[in-house]
Design a protein around this ligand. Sequence first.
Ligand SMILES: *[C@@H]1O[C@H](CO)[C@@H](O)[C@H](O)[C@H]1NC(C)=O
Ligand SMILES: *[C@@H]1O[C@H](CO)[C@@H](O)[C@H](O)[C@H]1NC(C)=O
Ligand SMILES: *[C@@H]1O[C@H](CO)[C@@H](O)[C@H](O)[C@H]1NC(C)=O
Ligand SMILES: *[C@@H]1O[C@H](CO)[C@@H](O)[C@H](O)[C@H]1NC(C)=O
Length: 156
Amino acid sequence: MQNSLFTNLIILLSFFHLNVFAGPTVEKYPAVLAVRQTTSNAQCADYSRIANLSTIGANATYRSLFLQASPRGTFADADMLNAAIAKLPKLTKDAGLNKACGNLTTVAFVEAEKNFTQGVVAQFSGLVPTGIRAGPEVALIVGFIVVGFCGMFVFV
Ligand SMILES: *[C@@H]1O[C@H](CO)[C@@H](O)[C@H](O)[C@H]1NC(C)=O
Ligand SMILES: *[C@@H]1O[C@H](CO)[C@@H](O)[C@H](O)[C@H]1NC(C)=O
Ligand SMILES: *[C@@H]1O[C@H](CO)[C@@H](O)[C@H](O)[C@H]1NC(C)=O
Ligand SMILES: *[C@@H]1O[C@H](CO)[C@@H](O)[C@H](O)[C@H]1NC(C)=O
């Protein structure tokens, strides 16, 4: 009698034990999370690409530099930029997406400006955007060159 009670207790405990470790909470939850994560990553990558292209396409300066620099046909690129411009507003307004990815519209805007000051538009670098404005900088640069040459002559 005593023995069988003890056995029942063991069986009961092992049943709970199995239930806890084989239960859906432990086994399936990470998988669910992983799926959600991948979806979100793909969506963020999409949002990022569209935001970057739209920012470039909507600014006349960036747009013309991009179209000049791109080896693809202007028509194909213009279509791509226009498609991005058309798609972005919906993504910008999507609160969930912006929470998951950060506001990539703002990121694209800020980063495109930063890139531009370094002669970069999208993946194309070495563009000459700002150039050297014909202002006081020119006098300064010419001054440096003159001083440099003078220095050379002194040493020669
Ligand atoms: C969009 O621009 C940001 C900022 O420069 C960059 O980090 C990101 O990789 C770009 N996204 C794509 C898909 O190229
Ligand atoms: C993201 O930033 C843009 C401005 O860059 C703003 O218009 C938009 O409302 C923001 N999106 C969200 C969901 O806050
Ligand atoms: C386009 O980008 C340039 C350089 O960042 C900026 O000076 C100009 O105001 C932008 N134009 C528009 C219409 O946003
Ligand atoms: C900024 O430049 C990097 C390459 O230097 C590029 O990958 C990124 O997409 C650019 N960002 C934007 C918003 O154009």
